[in-house]
Design a protein around this ligand. Sequence first.
Ligand SMILES: [Zn+2]
Length: 153
Amino acid sequence: MPDSTEWILKVGLRGRCPRCGKGRLFDGFLKLAPSCEQCGLDYGFADPADGPAFFVMMTAAVPITAFALWLELSYDPPVWVHFVVTLPLLLIGCILPLRPLKATLVASQYIHSAEEGRLAGPREAGPASETGASSGQGPNQATGVERGGSHRE
Ligand SMILES: [Zn+2]
């Protein structure tokens, strides 16, 4: 099992099957194939919904729109400037990342659902250290009082 983030990026950027990394994920520009042609993984689980659009909006559309506003307010350019500068920027910035983003999200979805299935119980960062209040330092209420009794170590 390779590092999952590395794996997600690797298959995501190349648009490959998240399980075997060989089969194609897409059956069109953004349409997912029904299943992996190599390992037969059913892509039915994949449902990134608006995820790619959201990420593209945050990473490309917002900065580009901000740039367009800045251009407009700073230089007051004629409209055609926006057509040759802003519009292509928007199209390129929004369409190009869609496919790798979608593939990355699908891969991440696959990896995480696989990991959830593998882990038996909830993850715990460590034992809570509430027991064992400082004894001998001042008059504590905890001295001599046993709480529950099941938490002793
Ligand atoms: Zn596969």
